[in-house]
Ligand binder design. Sequence first.
Ligand code: ZN
Length: 214
Amino acid sequence: MRKVTLTFDNGPTPSVTHRVLDVLDRHGISASFFVVGRKLADPAAREAAERVHAAGHWIGNHSFTHDTPLGRMADAAASVAEISRAQDALGALAHPRRFFRPFGGGGALGPHLLSRAAFEYLCAGRYTGVTRNAIPRNWEGDRGWTDRAVAQCMAQDRTLLVLHDLATGAMQYLDEFLSRLAGGGAEFVQDFPPDCMIIRDGLPAQGAERFVAD
Ligand SMILES: [Zn+2]
């Protein structure tokens, strides 16, 4: 049985997130949402995040501005503030395990994901750092991402898939995509695969250094 974990990054986007929640509810799937902290200043976005939380999905931190990858920020304190400000904005909506997903620009993984100061801050604050092993480029917005995502999910036993609840048009295909996966025998689970957690409750995983700039 292929297991698939769904994550939605860069929201909340009220017009899209509510639709994603409706689709997940229809399929009986629990997922995770990695939220950009500054977006919660918009009351409609906060309301969407509250609905995400109330529905039993997990909410993680995806930085405050999602501007410059933290490993490329010259100012160490500013890179730490990207994490702390977003966590403050999330407040009680954040999952107790303090999930944080770094961003790389175009989905690339590497030492640009985290500054040394941000990495140490995540460890000291007992965060759990979450990456992914499938990214079907759904920001391109067309239907093509669904074929890429189905292929990625079927090629491995355990997939952590990144989608985006952004207003690109891509999420109009979510329902059909989930039906295809379920029809192909995939099982949806909310937990993250161990090899996609670069820090677990503050403890760095083996190899976590490859995501840290020096
Ligand atoms: Zn992102």
